[in-house]
Write a protein that binds this ligand. Structure first.
Ligand SMILES: [Ca+2]
Length: 129
């Protein structure tokens, strides 16, 4: 192609930064239980403890997985309550949390000390919860 045909523009390219696939995990129960392998999201997906994946398991696995991750609530959890009993849910890695397509997921402090909640630190991004 001559310069005249392409309008005289020089074609070029630039390299983009390295991209990583988001690791995604779906929360499938409303329990506050850790019985799966939370060493990474991949580990949790292959070994969830037999009762599905809890929010706490998903957060722990995301914290243990480098790079941005995604936690999604299954639509079956719409308008359900997760009673937190095992201390604060601590998010310390980049993660996007997306609620079910309709309704809400309620996180309720059900601990004896009544000071349990959700703690965010680092580069968190809550899309919708
Ligand atoms: Ca589990």
């Amino acid at each position: 192609m001559s310069k005249k045909q392409n309008g005289g523009r020089q074609l070029g390219y630039e390299s983009l930064e390295e991209r990583r696939m988001l690791s995604a995990v779906t929360v499938g129960n409303n329990l506050d239980v850790v019985n799966g392998n939370v060493g990474s999201i991949a580990n949790l997906l292959s070994s969830n403890g037999g009762d599905g994946i809890s929010l706490r398991e998903a957060i722990l696995a995301a914290n243990n997985s480098s790079g941005p991750d995604q936690i999604v609530f299954d639509n079956s959890l719409a308008n359900q309550t997760i009673n937190i009993q095992l201390g604060n849910l601590v998010i310390n890695e980049r993660v996007t949390i997306t609620g079910p397509s309709t309704g809400f997921v309620f996180i309720n402090d059900a601990s004896a000390t009544a000071d349990t909640g959700l703690t965010f630190s680092g580069f968190d991004n809550i899309a919708s919860l």
